[in-house]
Design a protein around this ligand. Sequence first.
Ligand code: NAD
Length: 291
Amino acid sequence: RSSCQESHLLIVGLGLIGGSLAAALRRSGFKGHISACDPNASEIALGIDLGLIDHGGSQLAELLDDVSMVILAVPVLAMESVMTTLADSLHRASKNVVITDVGSTKATIRDCAVRAFGEMPPSVVLGHPIAGSEKSGVAASDPALYVNHKVILTPEPNVDAGALARVEALWGAAGADVLHMSVERHDQVLARTSHLPHLLAFSLVDTLARQDERLEIFRYAAGGFRDFTRIAGSDPVMWRDIFIANRDAVLSSLDDFEAGLTRLRQAVESGDSDALIATFDRASHARHYFD
Ligand code: NAD
């Protein structure tokens, strides 16, 4: 496992993902300073109480002195204002400062960086840990969240090799396996493996809940329903942002899903035993990937 040699990390957005990164680094023996910026004062206070951060506050521009790396862990649509503040407040003298993020979509965040800085700075390395849960807030921080999980980095062609190596070392210290991907591929892949399933879970639970305000029928649901719908308990703001930011890739994966659902509907309607078995066989076989 690599170690993280940063002197001072600033985490912007101290929730589940930012807090878990701080917890993982502390557990790895990280010796540097960790500070955090969050408009929610209780998250900062809890982060200090839990021993995850050394200090923090709500005003980003006031927290940038001596920082060596900034990690943006705010909801995706909050990245724009954070990038703008960074571009305005990080002085040329501090061009050694590496900026990275954990956002669940990548193209819109790259666009924010380009708008804020005028071009993609070589010291910006965007990323996304493929780990998390339906919980949110620093109270849910877990030092083991990233262990043996993948982190996708989406470096641009002009990336500074030293900056990339430092972000890789950060995630290595947290126990993660780092891989690289283009921004476009990231957004297409995640639309299919994460955004679409969340949309389906939100939709199914909402459809049933609207038919029965007192949620009586949930009493008759078994483990399958519970497993399938667990992710519908995820944070609404985080997911609103993801669906607005990754609209095109989500719509394309939704088109494919709708076509499959229509085929399955026809099979159910006509009692097409062969078509039902063939579909369930293929799905069941594919699901064994995870065994
Ligand atoms: P969270 O709600 O637990 O934490 C987000 C924090 O950001 C909150 O404390 C909020 O107060 C703070 N915040 C909002 N606007 C801010 C601003 N302008 N400046 C500073 N702080 C601000 O959410 P989370 O689950 O930790 O998600 C954070 C990011 O990580 C999101 O971009 C999300 O897409 C991404 N992500 C989440 C998961 C997951 O499973 N939860 C997994 C991978 C990536």
